[in-house]
Design a protein around this ligand. Structure first.
Ligand SMILES: C[S@@+](CC[C@H](N)C(=O)[O-])C[C@H]1O[C@@H](n2cnc3c(N)ncnc32)[C@H](O)[C@@H]1O
Length: 226
């Protein structure tokens, strides 16, 4: 998987390749589903683990802000895959924080991380995953050098901009049906520069109730069809 991402130029940074090799995606994908295919995989609760090329793209975009000792926030951490990658990038002096609003996915991610090459950072506390509404960020460890948002927001949440360090970078999908991956840089004077990296398709960054309602309405539709 990583070889292919390197061959097609998605991964150009050696460290990103090493970290994606070290954090085995198979440990984060529910049993029986294909871990190494380059597509998102359902993880329940109307969520997915993002495709490997999206993980690679976001790691590449954030690489300079994931240096040893830096702080990274992963909003909508889902399976915990990227939070684990962040922990290896920032090392034991850094901090990798995941925020996910489905408690069952937080438990799932913690088990996944415990089985992975990021088990030690989880044990020593430089990696942690929390239940919360990621639209509010995670103020306790702010400001962050890097913020990744794994779900599409209708607009960029102000608390996330506020929790970005000057010199920090956020990567966030923005939009509803049509979505763009935005790269948000906080300049040393505190001003913000935003550019579009590419078009994407993510699940929405929303309330827990709205996300679970979609599951319920899909189930109702299935019951009706049956
Ligand atoms: C594409 S999925 C998972 C992405 C994760 N990077 C991965 O690959 O496992 C997006 C995640 O965002 C979560 N999410 C959506 N809205 C959220 C919110 N307001 N606060 C926290 N998590 C949220 C979903 O539950 C889902 O797990």
């Amino acid at each position: 998987m990583v070889d292919n991402l390197q061959r097609y130029g998605v991964i150009t940074c050696r460290k990103v390749g090493e970290v994606m090799e070290a954090i085995d995606r198979a440990l984060f994908v529910p049993g029986g589903l294909q871990p190494y295919v380059d597509s998102p995989v359902p993880i329940g609760y109307n969520a997915t683990i993002s495709a490997p090329h999206m993980h690679a793209t976001c790691l590449q975009l954030l690489e300079k802000n994931l240096q040893p000792g830096m702080r990274a926030l992963d909003v909508g951490s889902g399976t915990g895959y990227l939070t684990a990658c962040f922990a290896l990038m920032v090392g034991p002096q850094g901090r990798a924080i995941g925020v996910e609003h489905i408690p069952e996915l937080v438990s799932f991610s913690i088990k996944n991380i415990q089985n992975s090459a990021a088990a030690q950072p989880l044990k020593d506390g430089s990696l942690s995953v929390h239940v919360g509404d990621g639209r509010q960020g995670w103020p306790e460890f702010a400001p962050y050098d890097a913020i990744h948002v794994g779900a599409a927001a209708p607009e960029i949440p102000q608390p996330l901009i506020d929790q970005l360090k000057p010199g920090g970078r956020m990567v966030i999908p923005v939009g509803n049906i049509s979505q763009d991956l935005k790269v948000v840089d906080k300049n040393p004077d505190g001003s913000i520069s935003i550019r579009t990296e590419t078009s994407v398709r993510y699940v929405p960054l929303t309330s827990r109730e709205a996300q679970l309602r979609v599951v319920e309405s899909k189930l109702l539709t299935i019951v009706w069809i049956v």
